[in-house]
Design a protein around this ligand. Structure first.
Ligand SMILES: [Zn+2]
Length: 327
């Protein structure tokens, strides 16, 4: 099915958007030079795409820094980028389903939407009982899982990008797809993808090694963005301050649970997130005396500490080690 997309690109009818919001994404010299555009929903995804396409395309990130992607609404400029893009790259699993909706509205029906969760094979891996059912088209057999359309609330955790093992898998597949969509740069994209995959393997190795001494430890996070990372490396998220369907709002019950967990596990730190207001974390700090540290699921193109996927992941690893080391 990819050949028709290759043909669309080969016609050369794709115009690039005139630069991006972020200098980090701008090509040297500033002009987009008629290059293809790839749209990504959130910064970590945009960073991975940017490293794969290199100079071969302009990457447009939809969600600006400091804003949560949950419930995001694209703007008019985003619509223009979607109209012109060769592909949308998103997280998938309904995490950023709003982007798919906009793509269908603004782009031709043949413009592909590439879901990292799907490329990583991580879109159903929480459903252990499905392990042998490699044919997911037979959902009719799984009548008990009639909630597959409602992943935001009841399905597997969609924050797949915080797991570098899943992203290693995903970028290799993503590189293949993007090289078909931008065939003139296929060789460069292949090389870039190999390099990126090596770097993600190094990130995974660092997490494995540095978190080894902390296996089994409990953490409290703001929302459920880090569950997959915790599971991968042997940590346990004891409680999140807010539920996924309403990040930003802490109920009295959640607060009580957080205070109980902090007391029970003798926790010294809780991890807040820069995309959300500090109220919830501050309230728990006032009650318990924990230190509030940051785990950042999104990153920021304008922050040199967190302006690539790899730096963001290493920043979070540093924060975890610091927080877990407090006696
Ligand atoms: Zn989230």
């Amino acid at each position: 099915m990819w050949t028709k997309y290759v043909m669309i690109v080969a016609i050369g009818a794709v115009l690039a958007v005139a630069g991006c919001d972020r200098e980090a994404q701008s090509p040297p010299g500033g002009a987009s030079g008629g290059r293809p555009v790839v749209v990504a929903t959130i910064w970590p995804v945009a960073s991975l795409v940017q490293q794969i396409v290199g100079e071969a395309a302009d990457v447009r990130c939809l969600v600006p820094p400091g804003i949560t992607p949950h419930g995001f609404e694209p703007t008019g400029r985003d619509a223009e980028a979607m109209r012109r893009c060769v592909a949308l790259v998103c997280v998938g699993m309904n995490f950023d389903g709003w982007a798919d909706g906009s793509l269908r509205r603004f782009a031709g029906k043949d413009t592909p939407s590439l879901h990292l969760a799907e490329l990583a094979g991580g879109d159903h891996d929480d459903h252990d009982e499905h392990a042998q059912a490699d044919d997911h088209t037979e959902h009719a057999e799984h009548a008990e899982h009639d909630d597959h359309d409602d992943h935001d609330h009841t399905g597997p955790n969609p924050h797949v990008w915080v797991d570098p093992v899943l992203m290693h898998e995903a970028v290799i597949k993503l590189g293949e797809q993007l090289s078909k969509l931008i065939p003139d740069a296929a060789e460069d994209i292949y090389q870039n993808t190999q390099h990126l995959a090596d770097e993600l393997a190094a990130v995974d190795a660092a997490y494995r090694k540095e978190l080894e001494p902390f296996k089994g430890r409990n953490i409290v996070t703001y929302h459920n963005a880090f569950d997959r990372m915790a599971e991968r490396y042997g940590l346990h998220v004891a409680v999140t301050l807010t539920p996924i369907d309403a990040p930003g709002a802490m109920t009295p019950k959640r607060m009580e649970q957080a205070i109980e967990a902090i007391d029970k596990y003798k926790l010294r730190v809780l991890f807040a997130e820069p995309q959300f207001p500090e109220d919830a974390a501050s309230a728990v700090r006032a009650e318990t005396g924990v230190q509030v540290m940051t785990l950042d699921p999104i990153g920021d193109a304008n922050d040199p500490q967190r302006d690539t996927y790899q730096k963001l992941m290493r920043y979070n690893l540093d924060m975890l080690i610091k927080g877990l080391s407090i006696q």
